[in-house]
Ligand binder design. Sequence first.
Ligand SMILES: Nc1nc2c(ncn2[C@@H]2O[C@H](COP(=O)(O)OP(=O)(O)OP(=O)(O)O)[C@@H](O)[C@H]2O)c(=O)[nH]1
Length: 802
Amino acid sequence: MDEGCCSIQLIDGDGGYNVAGMEHFMKTMKMAECGLSYAVVSIMGPQSSGKSTLLNHLFGTNFREMDAFRGRSQTTKGIWLAKCANIEPFTVVMDLEGSDGRERGEDDTAFENQSALFALAVSDIVLINMWCHDIGREKAANKPLLKTVFQVMMRLFSPRKTTLLFVIRDKTKTPLENLEPVLREDIQKIWDNVPKPHAHKDTPLSEFFNVEVVALSSYEAKEELFKEQVATLRQRFYHSIAPGGLAGDRRGVVPASGFSFSAQQIWKIIKENKDLDLPAHKVMVATVRCEEIANEKLACLSTDEEWIQLEESVQHDIVPGFGKKLTALLDKCLSGYDMEAFYFEEAVRTSKRQQLESKLLQLVNPSYQAMLGHIRSKTLHDFKEAFGKALESGEGFATATLTYTSSFMSKFDRSCEDAAIKQANWDPSKVRDEVWRDIDAHIASVRTAKLSELTSQYEGRLSKALAEPIEVLLDAASDDTWPAIRKLLQRETKSATAEFASALSTFDLGQATVDKMIMKLEEYGRNVVESKAREEAGRVLIRMKDRFSTLFGRDADSMPRVWTGKEDIKAITKAARSVSLKLLSVLAAIRLDEETDQIQETLSLALVDAPVGGATNRSIQSLDPLASSSWQEVPSSKTLITPVQCKNLWRQFKAETEYTVTQAIAEANKRNNNMLPPPWAIAAIVVLGFNEFMTLLRNPLYLGFIFIVFLVGKAIWVQLDIPGEFRNGALPGLLSLSTKFLPTVMSILKRLADEGQRAAAPPSQDQRNPKLDSRVVSNGVHSNSTSESSSSIISSDRGAEH
Ligand SMILES: Nc1nc2c(ncn2[C@@H]2O[C@H](COP(=O)(O)OP(=O)(O)OP(=O)(O)O)[C@@H](O)[C@H]2O)c(=O)[nH]1
């Protein structure tokens, strides 16, 4: 198939560049895939010199040729472009509008110059078509053309080494060997006469051009020979860009994918009549093209299904093999870029690649960060679970901390490695530090909770071991109380702290912290003692009264004491009070540090041995050692009961126990009164009262009177419940009896009168149920007597307090 059948007008007669046509050409001919393996050939020469005819025969193109029978007129306008058929490498050929044409007029050489410059700028090989008979002629048609070529070439900053292939048409019988030197001489002359910039003043033509010459027979006169010679010439275009080929030493080739853009830009610069800096242009083309390729690749990744799925998944959870998957996707993009941008300027290509890489990484970084976030949460979650289980199973805290921290940090590192992207050197150390901090914070919080639990446990134990024994010891209140408490505290604290220290050793806390915690436990033990002592001190009055009651009301065998009158109540009272005072002195201060104080002595001196009377109030006050709010040698922090409080408590204690003592004395007295007189007194009564007794027995009236007095007396005794009234003491008994005596006597007399009347009258209902009546009366009296007796105790108490 003839691949070169289609030609396009690249630049029209008015200088318009056919962008769409060129893009279409590039696409349909797949020119962009050629890289640098392509060649560009152009042909220039006088109008109607058979250029199109030559190209069509040489490259299999279909440029429009002039119809030989219609006369010589311009057929090619602007610049046309086509692909050479079946030539390797990919070769593009451009047919330029003929120079020196009648159509543009003699003076319009602008387009001629522009198209010549364009051809020189983009072509590797330029065919210069010329008639054989013009060689050596002073006014040859090709001379202005060559002059133009050389002049415009000076406008290229760094010209490509273009091959100028002079095609001599309608060669005569003169052999080429004779023609070529003449032609080269003509060319050299033109070159020498072309005005050159100072830098190129002495630069030889060969620096810029390879000059080749070929001669062809007339197409019109010797067509067959022409075709043969053209076929031979065609051979020279195979592998034209290989070393030794027609364009073997070409320079500054633009990669095929940039050809369209490059040609367009070159034409634009030429049209604007600016100088054409080809190296700079090449960099510009490379920059634009590399950027286009990079953007294309970036867009490719954004729309890649695999990437979209990966990005979506990583928002929710860890994606196994995230790093590998993403690395492959990025690799695909970058290698695609590398492939397409391979032939562009290395510096530009590399810089654009870096930009692409950075944009790609910027695109995927949020997903990587999300992945790290998931790894972080999972590491912490798994650590908490494993650490908790290890502690539950009894593993030591320090050991578990060390084992699981290092194990889970390693897991984190491995997960980070799995998420790492080959193209990026992203450092997960910041997240690692955060994970470390998270784990550390969790360990610290668990440690705090465990230590607090442990401390509470040992404090509870210590409290339990101390509280009750201390209460008992304080209650015993003897000289040994505080030494015993100190011993107990020391023993229990020692045992608790030893175990506590052993429990703490599993936490790897450091000696200073352990010491501090042990000290706190010791302090706690002391506080238990102190608070217990304060508690007991708050109840000291009750305790003192209890002690007093126990010692006063019970004998040595702890049996309730019966006051027979033989007891030394004063001594018993003194002993009981002294024990109560001991209790007060024991509870007056905390003595945990083996210091000595004078509290006991001071209290004894001030409260028990103090002289009664004989001094004025003023002097007592000045001598009173208890008129102070602090004890000597006892700091206020250790004081439980101040001297003044002791004094007040003692006064209250004495007042409240006064009654018990009074009652005991009364009871003892009563027992004394109930006793029979001594036998000698009874004998004296019998001897001395015998006559009076006999007189009474002989006189029945006396006897009857005595009997009546006895009955009335007995009734009053029973009704008034005289023994009961005196049970609460003599004075209250007398007071109570004085109020009840008269009403009772009246009631008895009235009853006697009623009895007399009833004896005369028939028996009534009341007489048939004497028990009920007597009970009602009895109850009435009893309740009355009880309430009155209570009121007398209260008044007695109040009297005692006063
Ligand atoms: N004498 C002679 N005439 C030729 C030769 N080749 C082509 N022609 C004739 O020259 C005329 C012009 O041919 P084209 O190929 O159209 O020439 P051209 O240079 O492309 O013309 P423009 O594009 O208009 O500048 C035609 O009539 C051809 O037959 C040749 O080798 N010798």
